[in-house]
Design a protein around this ligand. Structure first.
Ligand code: ADP
Ligand code: TRP
Length: 331
C-alpha cells in the first residue's frame, strides 16, 4: 500500500510564484509516489481574515490555483477543511491530550505575545484562542487522515512536532496505536524565491509576482525589480541578480548558460534583462493562467470538485474518529 501524504493550504491571499516553486510544485510531485491529500485550510484562515468577501475570494483563488497547477482531483483527495466536521470533533478530543505549556511554546503565539510586550501593551492583546490552539487544529487535520508525511516549509516543522507529541500522548494513554504519528517532509531543496526587492518573495512584503496576474501586471511588476546602478556596458554577475535567479526558474539549462554569458560579457542593460525575464515568465505562466481563468469562471464546476473531494475524505475521517472514541470510552 502506498503511504499517505497530506498538506494544507491556508487561503489568506493570492498565490505568488514563491508559493508555486516553494510549495505547490513540490507537493504535487508527491502525488506520484504517495496517496496524496490536499485541503484548503479555511478555518485556519478565519483566525486572520475577518472580511467575508475576501475569505471567500481567497478560498476560490487558492483552490483554482492548485487545480490550474496540475492537481488532479480524480487521482488525489482535494477538499475544504470546513466540509469535514470530523476535523473539529478530533480537534476537541486532542485538546484533552495537549498540555497548555506545549501551546505556550508555539512560535506563532510566542511571536504575537512578544510583539505586544515590545509595544508595552497587554501581552494577550489581539490574540484570539484560535491562534493559541492553531497547532491542535493542524494536528487534527493531519492525524485525521492517517498521514505518514506532511510536506511543509521549515516554518511549519514545529507544528508537525506538536502533532507527533499529541498523537503519541493519545497512543501512550490507551497503550495502543490509535493514531498515526506523522513525519514532516521539508521541501528544503527548493531555494527561496527572491522577490522584486531581493528579499524572500512574500505577500507580506509587497514584493511578489502573482502566479495568475494579467500579462500587463506581470510586465509592470518585473520592470519594478530593484537593480544596482551598473551601466549597460559593464559585465554583470548573474548569480547576484534576482532577475537571473527568477529567470532560472522558467528556463532550460541552455537558456540559462546563454543568458549568463551575455551578463558576463557586458553590453546587456538591466532594462533588457527585465524584458527577457518577462518573456520567459509569461511564456511559463500563460498556460497556467488560461487554465486558472477557466476554472475560476466555472463556480459550479469548482464547487462540485470540492464537494466530491469531501465525499471521498469523510469516510476516512469518520473511521479515525470512531477508533479514537471507542478507545476513549465514548462509543
Ligand atoms: P507568504 O510568505 O507569501 O505569506 P506563505 O507563508 O503563505 O507565504 O507560504 C505558503 C507556502 O509557500 C509555504 O510552504 C512557504 O514555504 C512557500 N513559500 C512562500 N514564499 C516562498 C518563497 N519566496 N520561496 C519559496 N517558498 C515560498
Ligand atoms: N499551518 C499551515 C501554513 O500556515 C497550513 C496548514 C493547516 C497545514 N493545516 C495543515 C499544513 C496540515 C500541513 C498540514 O502554511
Amino acid at each position: 500500500m502506498k503511504k499517505i501524504s497530506l498538506t494544507g493550504i491556508k487561503p489568506t491571499g493570492s498565490l505568488h510564484i514563491g508559493n508555486y516553486f516553494g510549495a505547490i510544485k513540490p507537493a504535487l510531485e508527491l502525488s506520484k509516489e504517495y496517496n496524496a491529500r490536499y485541503f484548503i485550510a479555511d478555518y485556519h484562515a478565519l483566525n486572520q481574515v475577518k472580511n467575508p468577501a475576501e475569505l471567500e475570494g481567497s478560498i476560490r483563488e487558492v483552490a483554482a490555483g492548485w487545480l490550474a497547477s496540475g492537481l488532479d482531483p480524480e487521482n488525489v483527495i482535494f477538499y475544504r477543511q470546513s466540509s469535514i466536521p470530523e476535523v473539529f470533533e478530533l480537534s476537541t478530543m486532542l485538546m484533552a491530550f495537549t498540555g497548555k505549556g506545549l501551546m505556550n511554546r508555539a512560535h506563532a503565539y510566542k511571536a504575537a505575545v512578544q510583539e505586544n510586550q515590545e509595544k508595552g501593551i497587554d501581552p494577550d492583546a489581539g490574540i484570539n484562542i484560535g491562534l493559541f490552539t492553531y497547532p491542535i487544529l493542524m494536528a487534527a487535520d493531519i492525524i485525521l487522515f492517517d498521514s505518514d508525511i506532511v510536506p511543509v516549509g521549515k516554518d511549519q516543522v514545529q507544528h508537525i512536532e506538536m502533532a507527533q507529541d499529541i498523537a503519541q500522548s493519545v497512543n501512550a494513554t490507551y497503550k495502543a496505536d490509535i493514531l498515526k504519528v506523522p513525519q514532516a517532509r521539508i521541501t528544503e531543496s527548493v531555494a527561496v524565491v527572491p522577490g522584486l526587492d531581493g528579499r524572500k518573495m512574500s505577500k507580506s512584503y509587497d514584493n511578489a509576482l502573482p502566479l495568475f496576474g494579467t500579462e500587463n501586471q506581470l510586465h509592470k511588476l518585473i520592470m519594478r525589480i530593484v537593480t544596482n546602478s551598473q551601466r549597460v556596458e559593464e559585465p554583470k554577475d548573474p548569480d547576484s541578480s534576482q532577475i537571473f535567479l527568477l529567470y532560472k526558474l522558467f528556463t532550460s539549462q541552455d537558456e540559462q548558460n546563454a543568458l549568463a554569458a551575455r551578463y558576463k560579457e557586458g553590453g546587456m542593460g538591466w532594462g533588457e534583462a527585465k524584458e527577457e525575464l518577462f518573456r520567459v515568465v509569461n511564456r511559463g505562466l500563460s498556460p497556467l493562467r488560461e487554465r486558472y481563468n477557466a476554472i475560476i469562471a466555472d463556480k459550479k464546476g469548482l464547487d462540485s470538485i470540492l464537494a466530491k473531494g469531501a465525499e471521498k475524505a469523510r469516510p476516512i475521517a469518520a473511521a479515525t474518529v470512531k477508533r479514537f472514541r471507542k478507545a476513549a470510552g465514548i462509543d
